[in-house]
Design a protein around this ligand. Structure first.
Ligand SMILES: Cc1cc2nc3c(=O)[nH]c(=O)nc-3n(C[C@H](O)[C@H](O)[C@H](O)COP(=O)(O)O)c2cc1C
Length: 382
């Protein structure tokens, strides 16, 4: 590595953990777990990203309680047995050079819904007949997401105490399982973002009302998780920087929230958006063009002085590098593009001509690909 090495491929230290590059595979739910346990699919799915060269791989949102799942196919970490089954995933990611991380969360009023490819809405009689028994979701207020969605049960103060314990226990289990970073899911219309947003939180007690009240539970959980996480391991929080709906959460709220999170020892703000709508996890009202959420990461990074992760339609390695060079973010998340091409990081290195001899590839592949390239070069020379 030289001074000329693109930032994208320079290591970055987060507390005691060093990522070999700044490419992160963000959490992506596969809805393929069984009673919260990972399946072979998860190993194949996540393993590809580590072999593909990502600096960090964040496991999909993993529910801290059984009722905190979005669907019956969600991963869970509400029991020690889950951690035992997650441990081989963390170990494999690490063995291939990626930092293993996990997102923990609770679905809130989006709990008990269909897997996306079944309709991405509330469960239908057909889904229920197929075995997806519904449960009552939980939320700050007993207000459904939209017409036709289940009415959630309003959480009381004891519930919230239990929930805080569940996030702390989930963190300890994640560490025991070998994960080196935890991300708290405070985005996309799930429980914690519904507490944050005035579009979902209609409480009149200390956990609702003004911004301080709406932030309270997330900040308490951030404190609990930080305490449960060893000092040398970094803590991420994913936020929806804006609701992008009138009367909703705004960028100025995110700046206050990020500052409070920083004061509680959060290391990275992962800047997404939207979710307080029934249409999928994020908000279709935003104009989605390449890097459309980068301005949120940039503003939070500059204004609050905290590391940020940019995410959302970043697919071109040179664009990723420009974002880092501009100081708009510290980490680049590659989501659906990594589903399309799990070797994105290695191909990005190729785009910068960093590893023409395939030396950074796993030797099981690299040795052969180097021979292949030599053959191709010889053929080109005639
Ligand atoms: C299949 C799939 C599942 C997702 N699951 C999660 C999740 O568990 N937690 C989360 O915060 N975001 C989730 N997301 C959002 C992604 O992490 C990412 O923010 C989004 O796809 C935008 O980035 P991209 O344009 O690079 O894909 C999911 C996205 C996809 C495509």
């Amino acid at each position: 590595m030289t001074d000329k090495t693109p930032l994208l491929f320079q290591p970055i230290q987060l507390r005691g953990i060093t990522l070999p590059n700044r490419i992160v595979v963000p959490p992506m739910c596969m809805y393929s777990a069984e009673e919260g346990f990972p399946t072979d699919f998860h190993m194949a799915h996540l393993g590809k990203f580590a072999i593909g060269g990502a600096g960090m791989v964040i496991l999909e949102v993993t529910a801290v309680t059984r009722d905190g799942r979005i669907t019956h196919g969600d991963l869970g970490i509400w029991d020690d047995e889950h951690a035992k089954k997650l441990a081989p995933l963390a170990a494999f990611l690490k063995s291939e050079g990626s930092v293993p991380a996990i997102q923990i969360g609770h679905s809130g009023r989006k709990g008990s819904m269909q897997r996306p490819w079944k309709g991405n809405g509330p469960l239908t009689p057909e889904d229920i007949a197929g075995g997806d028994t519904p449960w009552q979701p939980e939320a700050p207020s007993a207000v459904p997401l939209a017409d036709g969605w289940l009415t959630p049960r309003e959480l009381d103060l004891d519930d919230m105490k239990r929930l805080r314990g569940a996030f702390a226990d989930a963190t300890k289990r994640a560490v025991d399982a070998g994960f080196e970073s935890v991300e708290i899911h405070c985005a996309h219309g799930y429980l914690l973002q519904t507490f944050l947003s005035p579009l979902g939180n209609f409480r009149t007690d200390a956990y609702g009302g003004d911004l301080q009240g709406r932030m309270r539970l997330s900040l308490e959980i951030a404190e609990d998780v930080r305490e449960a996480l060893p000092d040398n391991l970094p803590l991420f929080v994913r936020i929806s920087a804006v609701d992008a709906i009138e009367g909703g959460w705004e960028m100025e709220d995110s700046l206050v929230f990020a500052k409070e999170l920083k004061d509680r020892g959060v290391d990275v703000i992962d800047c997404s958006s939207g979710g307080q709508t029934p249409k999928g996890a994020t908000n279709f009202k935003l104009n989605r063009s390449p890097g459309y959420q980068v301005p949120y990461a940039a503003e939070i990074r500059r204004d609050v002085g905290i590391m940020t992760q940019a995410v959302g339609l970043i697919t071109d390695p040179h664009h990723a590098e420009e974002i880092l060079q501009a100081g708009d973010a510290d980490l680049i998340a590659i989501g659906r593009e990594a589903l399309y091409n799990p070797f994105w990081p290695r191909h990005a290195a190729d785009a910068f001509r960093l590893d023409e001899d395939f030396e950074t590839w796993p030797p099981q592949y690299g040795w052969w690909l180097d021979k292949r390239a030599q053959g191709q070069r010889a053929q080109a020379r005639g």
